[in-house]
Design a protein around this ligand. Structure first.
Ligand code: SF4
Length: 399
């Protein structure tokens, strides 16, 4: 009960926070304008999103098979693949690969956030740098992400300036370009010096074992291309059967994440290789010498069996629903747990197994359905929330 009281207190404080409201109102306005413009320029995306819904519906029903297929393909490409049944398994596999006293550069990963990956590696004596600018700001502030695609959405530029001035011991204005240039300077060397790069993946093609990574900053390219070892942690719901399915899913994801086209989409299928000397294939050239992919189940296969709640696994993590949610607009990620807003309740209940947190989110949700209208794969969040409330009331979801 005390967790509920804390949640309520935090939520009410957020709702009274003018800065959150200001930051969110600006972000919502620009998200809607950018996404509507992108969809107008590429109207085929709406039809493609319907196809992606069908791809995901089918893929979620065969996640275990797709994970096996993808693992075989990755091994064939001279990478290493692992299937982790639980969060603890995934943390153990990664901790064993990493060891201690390593310098690690990490790209943004919701799955990493879900299992507390950075904290775990730090406890093992490693120096971990979040390299996504928003995540880097939060790491240095000691805060938690408040949005799927824009984790520091609630932090105004003035606070970033203060933070960076403290780190660099230099006078800084709140000019955004100056702040971005400062972050570039702070992180540039780390990419070159790092022992290990860690990433997630937006989509994975099972037939070729290819990871698709969408980004704009270039940090993922550097983190996955520069260090000698690349480790990727991927939730099993990211698997789709073919390369062609993956292209479609990726395009729909970025367009509903408010991009006409992102600056970078990286496709990674194995460690770097060459055949330039007498066509002898040799691994470990300029890019990573080692490539490890950990597919995480941790409740996903179980969730896929539920006829209504399984929809949560179709989520592309575009973040579109968050910009339409009236509660999120005034509370940001305080309305959620590791994943946010209505859909976050399903993840809290079924993946994190935190029923108190799930109930708090489920009963905060207004079930207004605005999220469903924006969602590219038409996840019926109100339907899942009503089902979840029923399960909680019946006691079918217990801690
Ligand atoms: S529920 Fe739909 S709109 Fe929200 S993040 Fe997932 S795919 Fe995007």
């Amino acid at each position: 009960m005390s967790a509920f009281r804390d949640y309520k207190k935090e939520l009410m404080a957020a709702a009274r926070n003018e800065r959150i409201r200001l930051a969110l109102s600006r972000a919502i306005k620009s998200y809607r304008a950018n996404t509507d413009k992108a969809l107008k320029k590429f109207p085929h995306t709406v039809k493609m999103a319907e196809e992606v819904r069908e791809i995901k519906e089918k893929a979620i029903g065969e996640m275990a098979k797709l994970a096996e297929q993808a693992s075989a393909a990755i091994e064939e490409n001279k990478g290493n693949a692992y299937i982790a049944q639980t969060a603890a398994d995934a943390l153990n596999i990664i901790a064993e690969l990493v060891g201690s006293n390593k310098l690690i550069v990490k790209g943004k990963s919701m799955t990493g956030e879900e299992i507390g990956l950075r904290q775990h590696l730090e406890e093992k004596g490693n120096d971990v740098y979040e390299t996504d600018l928003g995540e880097f700001i939060l790491q240095k502030l000691g805060g938690k992400p408040m949005h799927i695609t824009s984790p520091a959405i609630h932090v105004p530029r003035e606070d970033v300036a203060q933070l960076f001035a403290r780190i660099t011991e230099a006078e800084l204005t709140s000019d955004v370009e100056e702040l971005v240039a400062t972050a570039r300077k702070l992180l540039r060397d780390k990419f070159c010096q790092a022992d290990i790069g860690i990433s997630g993946a937006n989509v994975v093609a099972s037939d070729t074992g290819t990871l698709f990574l969408i980004e704009n900053e270039g940090n993922i390219r550097l983190a996955t291309g520069f260090p000698p070892v690349h480790i990727a942690l991927v939730g099993m719901e990211k698997l789709v059967p073919t390369l062609n399915d993956a292209y479609k899913t990726t395009e729909v994801t970025w367009r509903y994440a408010n991009y006409t086209v992102p600056s970078y989409v990286s496709l990674v299928s194995g460690p770097s290789k060459t055949g330039d000397i007498e066509k002898v294939t040799t691994y470990g050239v300029h890019g990573p010498k080692e490539f490890h992919v950990i597919f995480l189940d941790d409740g996903r296969t179980e969730l896929a069996k539920h006829p209504i709640l399984r929809q949560a696994l179709y989520c592309l993590r575009c973040g579109g629903c968050l910009y339409e949610c009236p509660t999120f607009a005034v509370t940001a990620g305080h309305f959620g747990d590791k994943y946010f807003a209505g859909i976050g309740a399903i993840w809290a209940a079924m993946i994190s197994q935190d029923v108190e947190k799930a109930a708090s989110i489920a009963y905060t949700c207004l079930t207004c359905g605005r999220c469903k209208v924006r969602c590219p794969v038409k996840i019926d969040v109100p339907e899942t929330i009503i089902e979840l409330r029923k399960l909680i009331a019946q006691g079918d979801k217990k801690d």
